[in-house]
Design a protein around this ligand. Structure first.
Ligand SMILES: C[S@@+](CC[C@H](N)C(=O)[O-])C[C@H]1O[C@@H](n2cnc3c(N)ncnc32)[C@H](O)[C@@H]1O
Length: 294
């Protein structure tokens, strides 16, 4: 594992952030799953596997698309996240959702039976990202899709540099390593997919301006995101000062939105030679009662 990744302490960060992340995932991060779902052409009856599902923004949206004849499995390393996804699916009457604990660093080979395998905002936590991507690919049926979404450059600009500066002022030398910088470059994502044997991926990047309605709206973003590790490290008194510094700066500079960049890769697995699209769907275990033109 990279030394920097080890220093991040992914599990304690997301374990303590789980319920705040769940709120932020509805109010802030959900647009990433909306965008992904809109690009996947999910159909009733499809089978979807959602790695690093967290509180389930993509799991729930995919389940709504595939309907009761489909199936969506959410996989996460943290039980706290799985509990939230399970509860949300139950509240919405989505019996087609199941969740299970799994570690993307230790996945068994897949059976090539899923119509769509997704991982949103999670691949950068893997120790060996190419190996994990190859494992994801093994779960995709011929003709099925792999979708990977990561965070792009200029995240939370213009406020994040001010936050970092305020953290450093409190704790000089404080590490501000954040795992998503590993994949913020679309070319890095493409190279990792190539290394994993995932061919012909379409890699795109986009930037969205997210509203920051008041200066106080910044802190829930810190609280319910991977930035929480820095907040925890600061301790309550320093945290209050950093928060105040950020809010003052946002007010002084009349900041009303922050940037969120995303890098998305979607790859379709090639048909097995000599197999018709109809046979692919059936032989690979798809339970969709129709053929999809590839
Ligand atoms: C930033 S959240 C993303 C959640 C969700 N996919 C979304 O789009 O909002 C990252 C998730 O990855 C999970 N995670 C981190 N390392 C993991 C691992 N090695 N195996 C499985 N899940 C992991 C965390 O528990 C967390 O729920």
């Amino acid at each position: 594992m990279s030394k920097d990744l080890k220093s991040y302490e992914t599990l304690s960060t997301y374990s303590s952030a789980s319920s705040d992340y769940a709120v932020a995932s509805e109010e802030f991060w959900g647009f990433i799953s909306d965008d992904t779902v809109s690009q996947l052409d999910l159909r009733p009856g499809d089978r979807v596997l959602d790695f690093c599902c967290g509180p389930g923004p993509m799991t729930i949206r995919a389940a709504e698309r595939v309907g009761p004849t489909g199936a969506v499995e959410g996989v996460d390393i943290l039980e706290e996240m799985l509990d939230i996804t399970r509860r949300r699916a139950h509240e919405r009457g989505l019996g087609q959702v199941t969740v299970r604990r799994g570690d993307v660093d230790n996945l068994p080979d897949g059976d090539g039976s899923y119509d769509v395998v997704n991982c949103s905002l999670g691949i950068y936590f893997a120790q060996d990202m190419a190996r994990t991507l190859a494992a994801f690919w093994s779960y995709v049926r011929p003709g099925g899709k792999l979708a990977i979404t990561t965070i792009g450059r200029r995240l939370f600009e213009p406020v994040l540099p001010v936050f970092f500066e305020a953290c450093q002022a409190e704790q000089p030398g404080m590490g501000t390593y954040l795992p998503w910088i590993r994949t913020e470059d679309p070319e890095v994502v493409r190279a990792l997919l190539d290394e994993a044997g995932v061919t012909d991926a379409v890699v795109t990047s986009s930037e969205t301006a997210m509203p920051l309605r008041t200066p106080g709206a910044w802190w829930p973003v810190v609280h319910g995101s991977g930035l929480r590790r820095l907040e925890v490290e600061l301790g309550a008194t320093a945290e209050a000062r950093v928060r105040q510094r950020c809010e003052e700066w946002i007010a002084e500079h009349h900041v009303t939105e922050i940037n969120v960049g995303a890098v998305r890769a979607i790859a379709t697995k090639k048909a097995v030679r000599g197999t018709s699209p109809a046979q692919e769907g059936l032989s690979a275990g798809s339970n969709r009662g129709e053929n999809r033109a590839q």
